[in-house]
Design a protein around this ligand. Structure first.
Ligand code: CDP
Ligand code: CDP
Length: 232
């Protein structure tokens, strides 16, 4: 029996989910999985190959040709996503992908493909996974579930700062429109919409630094581990 647990972090775009997930995984020696990267990589494949998303058969065929894998970069020690053996970790952060990803992530074939892969990766526990439906659909029995929120203005500014570093042509308005659009589609889609799991704990990090959010989450973790009797 494993004494490791599963930690899920869901929430709105750009509210610090992956930052917290990476912090926790590092602290605990757990695997960190960015489920959003999987949907972004699938979107990249669909765009590159002009997949007609109105055609179920074409979607199924396309998914058969996709292999996704996370590999840890030996220098940065960060996990990076590979699409059919190609490192796409950086390309998938582009706004072109962000503009299409929510539409593609809403497709039932795509969701079932990604959810199955995520459940397989998490079967041995010892994992922190962030996304939109991780606590509700992927790991409904996870031992610790966090739902992150932050004011929209703060989220837009944070994402803008992050993206402006890589692309100085990007505007605050473009980021705001993209975040609002994705939040809307993600929370209104038919399958596994973004929702707080009934047993998830909310962290509002609008006024928290990255260090403070980690301390808060470690406090939650301590309580949960005591409750479930886990050691690691
Ligand atoms: O994963 P998600 O889209 O929810 O957000 P993220 O990529 O973890 O965070 C978006 C940006 O906010 C990053 O540049 C983080 O460094 C920053 N951040 C912050 O400034 N303060 C926090 N408490 C959390 C994240
Ligand atoms: O970093 P950010 O919060 O902006 O987005 P992300 O985590 O990279 O996710 C990109 C998109 O993938 C989201 O806007 C959702 O449309 C989709 N997604 C999803 O549907 N389910 C997940 N578990 C994770 C992401």
């Amino acid at each position: 029996m494993t004494d490791k647990i599963i930690i899920t972090i869901d929430g709105w775009s750009s509210c610090g989910k992956s930052t917290l997930a990476k912090q926790l995984a590092k602290k605990l020696g757990y695997l960190y999985i960015d489920s959003g990267a999987m949907y972004r990589a699938i979107t990249l494949y669909f765009l590159r190959n002009n997949i007609d998303i109105a055609d179920e058969h074409k979607i199924k065929q396309a998914l058969k040709n996709i292999t996704l894998e996370f590999r840890v970069n030996e220098y940065s020690h960060q996990s990076e996503i590979f699409l059919n053996e190609e490192n796409v970790e950086y390309i998938i952060r582009d706004l072109i992908i962000a503009e299409k990803v929510s539409e593609i992530a809403a497709l039932k074939e795509v969701r079932s493909f990604a959810v199955k892969a995520q459940q397989k990766i998490g079967k041995n526990k010892g994992i922190v996974m962030d996304g939109r439906d991780i606590g509700t659909t992927v790991f409904p029995h996870a031992e610790l579930k966090i739902f992150m929120v932050a004011d929209e203005t703060v989220r837009v500014e944070r994402r803008f700062t992050e993206m402006f570093d890589k692309n100085p042509n990007i505007t605050l308005d473009e980021i705001k429109a993209n975040i609002e659009m994705r939040d809307y589609i993600d929370s209104h889609r038919e399958i596994s919409p973004l929702r707080k799991a009934s047993d998830a704990i909310v962290i509002d990090n609008t006024h928290l630094t990255e260090k403070e959010q980690l301390e808060f989450a470690l406090g939650l973790l301590k309580k949960r581990k005591k409750a479930v009797g886990a050691e690691k």
